[in-house]
Every structure is written in structure tokens, then in C-alpha cells.
Design a protein around this ligand. Structure first.
Ligand code: ADP
Ligand code: MG
Length: 259
């Protein structure tokens, strides 16, 4: 198992009050899996991604990443882990405006100590693979949003990470560019990558192999509507008839996957 979170909690202090943000989260992601984590704004998605991406540590619980408990790792070790195992893609692309596409992609390899010639070769190869061969020497502001996000994806992959974390990667894009980015993730996944994608949109989450749902800091494999319907049905089932399948309680019209 590449990723294994067990009973993870994250609290924030608000004044003197402790506010639980992530509540007893259990999640496993295998090498090569493509999972989406879906939830409304404020449900804890980014907090969870920051933990999984070793940008932050939990209040309690264990997080095994590639066999190592990183929940208690120090700042230096977290940085090493991020540099060697993890690639990030964010909603706002965070490209450096004065560097070309190629230089942006090559940048993480500079920090990894890769010689310049090899860095630039790797960046060229990645950008060509992502359909940006003609635009390698453009500055970010000479590229469309979708193209900038592709550069950011190439940068995330530069160090051959074991896992890609994407937080609302299509959030700043129009529908067509968003779809292209999703196709790109699918092909990266087919190439063997492990991907954890965070989104609030069902149509985006549907590109993953498996979808988890987060609500008020609680993670579940059941879509929220089906879950609500299951609870309601339990309450009214005192006159228990024949057992029904969970899906029976959700009418077509209220299925969240119908967009
Ligand atoms: P999402 O990404 O799903 O919109 P977040 O993980 O960003 O949600 O936030 C979840 C909750 O945690 C929100 O209520 C937010 O206000 C709170 N929160 C996030 N970061 C902090 C922080 N650094 N300090 C206090 N509260 C925070
Ligand atoms: Mg967020």
C-alpha cells in the first residue's frame, strides 16, 4: 500500500476553542490507483491534501506513506519526502512568471541537484509529451489557462514522483480546458502513476477509478445522498420488509452522479 491513513484527525485552534476539521479519517491508496476525493467547499479537502502531501502534519493518527509513518516526521524529513515522492498540481497554477514553460518545469530538478543539461532535456521531453513542444520557450502569460496547467502538471512530474496530488486542478479553467486536463490525468494514470485528485465537481471526480466523499471532515465511500437515504430508511424500517439494495433508496432524480 502506497498511502495508508489510520484514524487521522486534524484540529485547528480558534481562539481558545479546538475545532475539529478532519475526523477519524481512514483511507488507503494503492500504487497505481487513481482516486478522487469529493466534497463541498469547507469540508476539509485542502486540509486533507496538505496532510497527504506532507505539507502539514495531523493532530493524531498514523499516516504511512511508502511504508514510513510521516505523521510524526519533522520539517526536514517532510521536505525530503515531498521532493522525492510527491508532485503537486493546484487550482492556480503557481508558475513563476519570469521563467519560460521549460524553465518552470526544470526548476524542481534544480533543487534535486540534477545537472542543467539533464534538467532541460527532461523538461523538453515532458512538455512534448503533454503537447506543448511548440510553446516551451513561452512565458506563462503567453499561454492559456489550460496550457499553464499542463506546464504545472509537467513540473509536478519532473522528479518522477510516486504520487500526484491535485487540488481542484480544473477549478480555474473553462469546461473544455478542464476536460483536456482530465484526459491528461487519465493518460498519466494509464502510464502507471498514482493520482489523488480533489474536487467539488462530480463530473470531474467521475474520471477517477474510485471516489471518496468528504463532508464536515468525515470521509466516506458512500455518496452523501445514498448515505442520507440509507439512514432515513433505517429509521423507517422498524416494519422491516425484505432487505433492499442500498441504491434502491435513491431515486434517479437525486443521484449526485447525474449532472
Ligand atoms: P475545502 O478545501 O474543502 O474547501 P479546507 O480544508 O480548506 O476546505 O477547510 C476546511 C475547514 O477548515 C474550513 O472550515 C476552514 O475554515 C478551516 N481551516 C482551514 N485552514 C485553517 C487554518 N489554518 N486555521 C483554522 N481553520 C482552518
Ligand atoms: Mg480547498
Amino acid at each position: 500500500m502506497l498511502i495508508e491513513l489510520t484514524d487521522i484527525c486534524k484540529d485547528y485552534m480558534q481562539g481558545k476553542e479546538t475545532v475539529p476539521i478532519l475526523k477519524h479519517i481512514n483511507l488507503q491508496v494503492d500504487q497505481g490507483e487513481y482516486v478522487a476525493i469529493m466534497g463541498p467547499s469547507g469540508s476539509g479537502k485542502t486540509t486533507l491534501m496538505n496532510l497527504m502531501g506532507c505539507l502539514d502534519t495531523p493532530t493524531s493518527g498514523t499516516y504511512l506513506l511508502n511504508g514510513e509513518n510521516v505523521a510524526t516526521a519533522g520539517e526536514n524529513r517532510l521536505t525530503e519526502i515531498r521532493n522525492s515522492l510527491i508532485g503537486f498540481v493546484f487550482q492556480s497554477f503557481y508558475l513563476l512568471p519570469k521563467l519560460t514553460a521549460k524553465e518552470n518545469v526544470a526548476l524542481p530538478l534544480l533543487y534535486a541537484g540534477v545537472p542543467k543539461k539533464d534538467r532541460l532535456e527532461r523538461a523538453e521531453e515532458l512538455l512534448e509529451g503533454l503537447g506543448l513542444g511548440e510553446r516551451m520557450d513561452f512565458l506563462p502569460n503567453q499561454l492559456s489557462g489550460g496550457q499553464q496547467q499542463r506546464v504545472a502538471i509537467a513540473r509536478a512530474m519532473a522528479g518522477r514522483p510516486k504520487v500526484l496530488f491535485a487540488d481542484e486542478p480544473t477549478g480555474a479553467l473553462d469546461t473544455a480546458s478542464g476536460e483536456q486536463i482530465m484526459e491528461l490525468f487519465s493518460s498519466i494514470h494509464k502510464g502507471g502513476a498514482t493520482i489523488v485528485m480533489i474536487t467539488h465537481e462530480q463530473s470531474i471526480a467521475d474520471h477517477a477509478e474510485k471516489i471518496y466523499y468528504i463532508r464536515d471532515g468525515e470521509l466516506s465511500e458512500a455518496p452523501p445522498v445514498a448515505e442520507k437515504a440509507r439512514k432515513a430508511s433505517e429509521e423507517t424500517r422498524s416494519n422491516a420488509a425484505a432487505p433492499r439494495r442500498q441504491g434502491d433508496y435513491v431515486s434517479e432524480g437525486e443521484r449526485p452522479d447525474k449532472s
